[in-house]
Design a protein around this ligand. Structure first.
Ligand SMILES: [Zn+2]
Length: 109
């Protein structure tokens, strides 16, 4: 991983977990939508490793406005924002024809 700074405390970090404050920082800038990448993830007590191609990446912003009342009149509005980021991958067979490798997750994973 390239050298960068922790977005939480600013310390220089070379790993996914900041050694100073423990913040987990995933830098997805190395993912190229034209080239398959390998992903390892923990889910439901198991660890999955697979080759995948990023097929979409989105950031959705929603804004809601709520009226604030006083004496049965709207005196102001309150705005609420929601932001979601999503990345979708298509899982591909690896060079051995295996779709994904699954194993029980250990405590140190
Ligand atoms: Zn940090």
């Amino acid at each position: 991983m390239k050298r960068t700074n922790c977005p939480n405390c600013g310390a220089p970090i070379n790993e996914v977990v900041c050694p100073y404050c423990g913040t987990v920082f995933y830098d997805f800038t190395a993912i190229d939508s034209e080239k398959p990448t390998y992903i390892c993830m923990n889910m439901d007590g198991k660890q999955f490793v697979f080759r995948a191609l990023m097929v979409s990446a989105n950031i959705d912003l929603e804004q809601d406005e709520y009226p604030l009342f006083a004496d049965n009149r709207v005196v102001s509005t309150s705005q609420h924002y929601r932001a979601r980021a999503s990345i979708e991958f298509m899982i591909l067979q690896d060079d051995e024809g295996v779709l994904m490798k699954v194993r029980e997750k250990k405590d140190d994973d």
